[in-house]
Design a protein around this ligand. Structure first.
Ligand SMILES: *[C@@H]1O[C@H](CO)[C@@H](O)[C@H](O)[C@H]1NC(C)=O
Ligand SMILES: *[C@@H]1O[C@H](CO)[C@@H](O)[C@H](O)[C@H]1NC(C)=O
Ligand SMILES: *[C@@H]1O[C@H](CO)[C@@H](O)[C@H](O)[C@H]1NC(C)=O
Length: 360
């Protein structure tokens, strides 16, 4: 991939090389979410690439934890084109932490620190619209979560729609950018958001297919949640719910513990048309829904690369302002060497296995 783009670059005239270099080093005015053609499109009418469990890293910082879903942190994800970030929120010692299934398994720090990282990125990239999806694992209230938003200084960027349920009346990206309300937050679930109306109950606005898959043949576009539209895509679409397509695999680790399936991800995230591939699933869901998914959520987002499928759906062929992920050796052998250390805390895994719940 890198070699291909490098050789293409060398063939270009010098003046174009300069333009390209500028576009990859500065946020390009005139583009919204990396392309001028997206500015006039409604928020719900484009496809946003999502990093599933964005802060749970499989890198040196977690000693290559097998609970990690991504190789690169949230900042790098955003710079590479990811525009939806998901995480779980757990209560730990009176604080709200980003733990994966259990805080003993993987704790990626506090929600407010992570939101601060997102705020920093958004301030550096004023033409970008970002979506956060919080899995509310321990039933934080709207004011609990709002406290984290305040601490992070990100409340001011939050968008509040006029409708409290499914709607087709979303602003365009340019309108969100002009108003500087470029952050959308969905929470699964939040019954009462009176204390912070910008925290949107996910299932009032979004439907999603099943996320719990272990085989390529398991992937299905059929709506799974909310239960009111289970199996009924046309009802979900006609209610104005936005489609979120989960497309990642788990592998069984024993004791009922499921971890992100790293071994098959080059297939899972591929743009191609074979069973299990992202490209095929995106085509199938687009055809079943009569429209492209609004969100596509993947593990190890840089593999595939998953954004290729998203760009194709958005009809973006020359994205501007993206940064490639850093070059590090992210091979399975490096992950495997980390596994040895992870196995040392096997007792903790067993405890965690007993705690495994349905939260994605
Ligand atoms: C760089 O970005 C500008 C503004 O979006 C665009 O007009 C121009 O065509 C881009 N240049 C290249 C080489 O992609
Ligand atoms: C994200 O990762 C990069 C590369 O490892 C690092 O330089 C940067 O400090 C990290 N950012 C945050 C907020 O952790
Ligand atoms: C994933 O890869 C492993 C071996 O690397 C294989 O045994 C397994 O069947 C694959 N899973 C799927 C869903 O194909």
């Amino acid at each position: 991939m890198l070699l291909t783009s490098l050789s293409k670059l060398l063939l270009l005239p010098a003046v174009l090389r300069t333009a390209l270099a500028q576009n990859t080093t500065s946020s390009s005015s005139g583009a919204c979410n990396n392309d001028p053609s997206l500015c006039s499109r409604q928020y719900n009418e484009i496809t946003h690439l999502g990093a599933h469990d964005s802060p749970y890293l499989r890198d040196e910082s977690t000693r290559f934890s097998t609970s990690g879903n991504q190789y690169f942190n949230t900042t790098i994800q955003l710079s590479a084109g990811v525009r939806l970030l998901t995480t779980q929120v757990h209560s730990r010692n009176g604080e709200w932490h980003l733990c994966h299934t259990s805080c003993d398994l993987l704790d990626a720090g506090t929600l407010s620190d992570w939101l601060g990282e997102i705020r920093d990125w958004m301030e550096d990239n004023p033409n970008d619209v970002v979506t956060v999806l919080l899995v509310n694992s321990n039933d934080a209230s709207a004011s609990d979560l709002a406290g984290e938003y305040e601490a992070a200084g990100i409340t001011q960027y939050s968008y509040t729609p006029s409708s409290t349920e499914g709607t087709l009346e979303w602003p365009t990206l340019q309108e969100l950018i002009n108003a500087d309300t470029r952050l959308l937050t969905f929470v699964a679930s939040l019954d009462d958001n009176a204390a912070a109306p910008y925290l949107l109950d996910q299932f009032n606005y979004i439907f999603e297919n099943d996320y719990d898959n272990t085989q390529f043949s398991d992937f299905s576009c059929a709506p799974s949640r909310p239960s009111s539209v289970s199996g009924d895509a046309s009802s979900a679409i006609s209610q104005g719910l936005m489609p979120l397509m989960n497309h990642f695999l788990y592998e069984e680790q024993g004791f009922g513990l499921q971890v992100p399936d790293e071994g098959n991800v080059t297939t899972t995230n591929a743009p191609g048309s074979e069973v299990g591939m992202l490209g095929r699933a995106a085509d199938e869901c687009t055809s079943q829904y009569g429209r492209a998914p609004t969100f596509i959520l993947v593990d190890f987002f840089n593999v595939g690369p998953a954004i290729e499928t998203v760009d194709a759906l958005n009809q973006v062929s020359n994205p501007v302002g993206r940064r490639s992920v850093p070059e590090t050796v992210q091979t399975q052998s490096s992950a495997a060497s980390g596994m040895v250390r992870v196995t040392a805390s096997w007792g903790c895994l067993i405890v965690a296995a007993m705690l495994v719940s349905g939260a994605a």
